[in-house]
Design a protein around this ligand. Sequence first.
Ligand code: URP
Ligand code: ZN
Ligand code: ZN
Length: 467
Amino acid sequence: MSLVIRNGEIVTSEDRYFADLYIENEVITAIGKNLEVPLGTEVVDASGKLIFPGFIDPHVHIYLPFMGTFAKDTYATASVAALVGGTTSMIEMCCPSRQEDALEGYRLWKSKAEGQSACDYAFHMAVTRFDEQTEGQLREIVADGTTSFKIFLSYKNFFGVDDGEMYQTLKLARELGVTVTAHCENAELVSRLQQELLAQGKTGPEWHEPSRPETVEAEGTTRFATFLETTGATGYVVHLSCAPALKAALDAKKRGVKLSVESVLPHFLLDRTYAERDGVEGLKYVMSPPLREKANQQVLWDALQAGEIDTVGTDHCPFDVKQKLMGKDAFTQIPNGIPGLEDRVNLMYTYGVKRGSLDIHRFVDALSTRVSKLFGLYPRKGSIAVGSDADLVVYDPEYRGVISAKTQHMNNDYSGFEGVSIEGRPSVVTVRGKIQVRDGAFVGERTRGYLLRRAVQKAVTEASDAG
Ligand code: URP
Ligand code: ZN
Ligand code: ZN
């Protein structure tokens, strides 16, 4: 199977130039002007289009038993949605609860994906308790190619770890050369504030944010950074939402803590007033950390442009209206999460690149290249170079459209971005050289995707130690 993509403008995290791309046996084998290709090669004309490396979402939930229910997507639905939106690889949080066995959980999560995914995928392995078995199990999981962990400092008694468990996880991660990703909110404070608000009769979704204020996230971020500093481990803050937490992360980076920062799509575009909407509307916008005061958005855009925020994910986590209504009488019972996997690239392109808040190379970096570098996928993914996987997004910057739940591929009955305009969308999307999407329609192989086994990041750890 060979493919040539002609006349497009290639845009990577560093370069921008016109060239043809020739693809054979799943990888890019030649880049140049007017490439001569064998007869029978499939041709895509990319005139007037941009060509990006396939985008990688570093933070999604697909199979997720959580808050008494299950997130709505399966790999069959989520991977198609990802591809239609230009995401060719995704990293799912593998999240067995504190009551479950980690290794059994890992096998279960893998079984949900294997043979079901149209795009490539990997996992961050959540460590939700640390007991006598954990070290051995984590070594086995890392040996299987899942070389990043996830810890939650919130969600007490379910996913959350205490400080001792965080310390043990980071020590092991340091030894293994594994990056630890962390949800940084102070569990105790969240729990106390939730109970106080409910006791005062403050039960609606608008009270979700006051139950997890910015200080609570800043504290979690500071504590995580302190533990990284003490153990020498490498960390990654997920879904950072506000200025005080950003300051905590940047202060730590400045003093040499090995820490990267992710923010997620909803925090760039939505604010706390969405959760204050009447009736079921407000429930749709409950996620953690919560949607914040609008003033934080500019802070996030500026930090993203400056590279202080390293990556942009989605924290894709779809619960439908019926599920959200589980929390109609108490905001603590609203399943947390907002879907976004399909919309990240188009919205960040429209409201970042097109509106002038985000340089196009930083856009590619934050949504693809840096993700791949941080999580052991580079240069196989996140790169347009000879030898890299031919995961490519031929992007139409002239497309105009509007997001709607009626047309989305994500398995949910609402969109958090209903009615929002987009200016650009993928025209052709390939996964290892196979055309999977044409103009918003999935046209490819539903089981093409596979598990990306990753090498440990020793090199990253050692380089940081030296520098
Ligand atoms: O609200 C969110 N973010 N739901 C998914 C679980 C998590 O914290 O990432
Ligand atoms: Zn989280
Ligand atoms: Zn998440």
